[in-house]
Design a protein around this ligand. Structure first.
Ligand SMILES: [Zn+2]
Length: 540
C-alpha cells in the first residue's frame, strides 16, 4: 500500500485539516482525513484520445484522490433526479416550504442536509448538452460516452449494432449482482427508459425499447431490444426488486386483459416478456396493479411491479387508483433488499421532473422534485450512515430560470412582486412576469400575454419561454451531488460525472474487490482498468 495523506497540501495545512477531524457533521460520522491515492492518468488529446479505458482510469483517479478507497460501505443507494437542475432544487425547496405556509426560502429538501456536496460536469463525449442515456451510463459504468448510448462506450457510433459487443460496458448493477449483492430499481418512468436502462441494457440507441423500435438491420445482426435485455440479464439472477412503469414494451401489441381491455402492448414479435420473466423466476412476484403488490411482496423470489403501460402518473395527477408514491416504493424496496441479508445496490429515480420541464410546466417539475426529496428522506430513515452510502444527483440540467427580484416569500409560481411593492412589477413592455421561466420550449408565445389574467400556478400552465421549441431542452450547466455515509467525503469539488461510479465502487469493499478479482486493480487495490463484462457473467 503506497498511500499518502493529502500529498499536494503543505504540511501545516494538512495538520490544520487533521485538527478539524473531531468536528461532527450533521447526519454523518465525524469528519476525518482520508488517504488520497494517486492514480496516474495519461495525458491525451481531447477529444480523440478519450477512449473508454481512459475515461475509466480518469474517473478512478478522481475518486481515489478524494479518499473514496477509505469507504467501508455495505450498501449503496443512488438517487437520480432526472433533469433536476440547481435552479429546480432551489425553486422546489421554496415550493415545499410555501406548501407548509412558510416563506419557503429557508426550507431545505431532504438531501440538502447531507454533509458532502460536489458539482458534476454532465457533457457527453460528443455533446455539449447531454441526454439521460449518456449521462446515466457515465454514472452507472464509470465511462463517459456518447449521447443516446446505454451501457455502450464511446467507441461505437449511434445505431451501430455490430459495433456494440466490443464496446459493451459493465454496469454497477451487473457488478453488484456478480459480487453476490442484492439489487433494486425504483423509477417513475418506463423500466426501459434511459435512466433505469443504463443499469442493465447495452444498446447504441436508447430508443430500442421494444422489438417494435428495433431497426431491422440491428435485429438481423443479433441486437436485442431493451425490454428483452432486462428479462435475459446474464448477470446473476437480476434485480431482487423492481418498481417502475412501462409494461408496454414487455407485452404484445393488442394484448387484451379480461376486464381491462387492451393493455397497451408494444411488441410485434408476439413475446410476452412478463410471462418469460415469471418462468425465469418461479418464486418471483409480479404486480401490474397496486392491489397486487402485497401478494407480490409475499413471494419468496424477486419482485417486479410495473404499474402503468408507460410512465407512472405525475404527482399532481395522483388519484385513488395511482400506484404508491416514490417514497413508499423506496421504503418497500429497501425493506426487500435488507431482508436479503446481503449488501445491496439500489437506484431510485425521480424521472418525471424531466418530463415536466420538457413540457415547460414548472409546477409539475417542482411537485415531482418534492416527491423525490420525500423518497430520499424515507431512505435516510430506513438506513444507517454507518454502512449505507446514499448519493443524490441529477443526470443533467434544464433551462429553468429563477429570476427577477421577488420579495421574500413571494409565491414561487407567481408573478414577480418586489420587496415593499403593492403589486407585481412590470417588464419594459408594461406586462408582469413570473419568477420561473424557460430559455426555450412550448411556453413560447408569439406575443407576451397579460399574465395577471392567468393562473400561473395551474399544473398545466407553461412558463414563458424565449425560444419556441416543441419540447424544452436540457441545460448544459453542472448539476449538484449530495452524499452521506461511508465514502461520501469523496463527493467534493467539481467532478466529471463518470467519477461518481468510481466513488461508489471504491467506497464499497464488496464491489471494488470483485473488480480486483478480475484483475483490474493497481498495487493500491484501486480498480483502474476497464472491466471486460464477459468476466463477470456468472454469479459467484
Ligand atoms: Zn430529458
Amino acid at each position: 500500500m503506497r498511500r499518502s495523506l493529502h500529498p499536494t497540501l503543505p504540511v501545516a495545512l494538512a495538520i490544520a485539516l487533521a485538527g478539524c477531524a473531531s468536528v461532527p457533521a450533521a447526519g454523518d460520522a465525524p469528519v476525518a482525513a482520508h488517504a488520497s491515492i494517486q492514480v496516474d492518468v495519461p495525458a491525451v488529446a481531447h477529444p480523440g484520445g478519450e477512449d473508454a479505458a481512459w475515461w475509466f482510469r480518469s474517473g478512478a483517479a478522481a475518486a481515489a484522490a478524494r479518499g473514496a478507497m477509505d469507504g467501508r460501505a455495505r450498501n449503496v443507494i443512488v438517487f437520480l433526479g432526472d433533469g433536476m437542475s440547481l435552479a429546480t432544487v432551489a425553486a422546489a425547496r421554496v415550493f415545499e416550504g410555501q406548501r407548509r405556509g412558510a416563506p419557503g426560502e429557508e426550507n431545505a429538501l431532504a438531501f440538502e442536509a447531507f454533509p458532502y456536496t460536489a458539482l458534476a460536469k454532465t457533457y457527453n463525449t460528443d455533446a455539449q448538452t447531454p441526454d439521460s442515456a449518456g449521462t446515466m451510463t457515465a454514472i452507472a459504468s464509470g465511462v463517459k460516452t456518447r449521447i443516446g448510448h446505454l451501457g455502450a462506450g464511446p467507441g461505437v457510433v449511434s445505431g451501430d449494432c455490430a459495433g456494440t459487443p466490443a464496446n459493451t460496458l459493465l454496469t454497477l448493477l451487473e457488478l453488484a449482482e456478480s459480487a453476490g449483492l442484492a439489487t433494486g430499481i425504483v423509477t417513475t418512468s418506463r423500466l426501459t427508459h434511459a435512466t433505469p436502462g443504463a443499469l442493465y441494457a447495452h444498446v447504441p440507441d436508447r430508443g430500442w425499447e421494444s422489438d417494435a423500435n428495433l431497426p431491422a438491420d440491428a435485429a438481423a445482426q443479433g441486437c436485442r431490444d431493451i425490454a428483452a435485455q432486462f428479462v435475459a440479464t446474464p448477470f446473476g439472477d437480476g434485480p431482487e426488486v423492481t418498481f417502475a412503469g412501462g409494461w408496454g414494451p414487455f407485452v404484445p401489441k393488442g394484448l387484451v386483459h379480461p376486464g381491462h381491455g387492451d393493455v397497451g402492448g408494444w411488441r410485434l414479435d408476439g413475446r410476452n416478456l412478463l410471462e418469460e420473466w415469471g418462468q425465469r423466476h418461479p418464486g418471483g412476484g409480479f404486480a401490474w396493479d397496486p392491489a397486487q403488490l402485497d401478494d407480490a411482496l409475499a413471494s419468496p423470489g424477486p419482485v417486479l411491479g410495473l404499474f402503468a403501460a408507460s410512465h407512472l402518473p405525475y404527482e399532481l395527477d395522483r388519484n385513488a387508483a395511482s400506484p404508491p408514491p416514490l417514497d413508499v416504493l423506496t421504503r418497500l424496496a429497501i425493506e426487500r433488499l435488507q431482508a436479503s441479508g446481503q449488501g445491496y445496490v439500489l437506484l431510485v429515480e425521480g424521472a418525471r421532473i424531466d418530463h415536466a420541464h420538457h413540457a415547460g410546466q414548472a409546477h409539475r417539475a417542482l411537485a415531482e422534485t418534492v416527491a423525490f426529496s420525500d423518497a430520499v428522506r424515507a431512505a435516510v430513515e430506513a438506513t444507517s450512515a454507518e454502512d449505507t452510502l446514499v448519493l443524490v444527483t441529477a443526470d443533467h440540467a434544464h433551462t429553468l430560470t429563477f429570476a427577477g427580484y421577488p420579495r421574500r416569500g413571494n409565491p414561487i409560481l407567481g408573478l414577480v412582486q418586489g420587496p415593499g411593492a403593492e403589486e407585481p412589477g412590470r417588464a419594459a413592455d408594461g406586462l408582469p412576469y413570473t419568477t420561473l421561466g424557460y430559455a426555450n420550449g412550448p411556453g413560447h408565445r408569439a406575443a407576451r400575454p397579460d399574465l395577471s389574467a392567468m393562473d400561473t400556478a395551474a399544473p398545466d400552465f407553461r412558463q414563458e419561454a424565449t425560444v419556441p421549441l416543441g419540447s424544452e431542452t436540457h441545460g448544459g450547466e453542472d448539476v449538484g451531488v449530495w452524499a452521506r455515509g461511508p465514502g461520501a467525503w469523496a463527493v467534493r469539488g467539481t467532478l466529471e460525472q463518470h467519477a461518481l461510479f468510481h466513488v461508489l465502487v471504491q467506497a464499497t469493499p464488496s464491489l471494488r474487490t470483485r473488480l480486483c478479482e478480475a484483475g483490474g486493480c493497481d498495487a493500491n487495490g484501486v480498480p483502474v482498468e476497464l472491466p471486460d463484462p464477459a468476466r463477470f457473467r456468472a454469479a459467484r
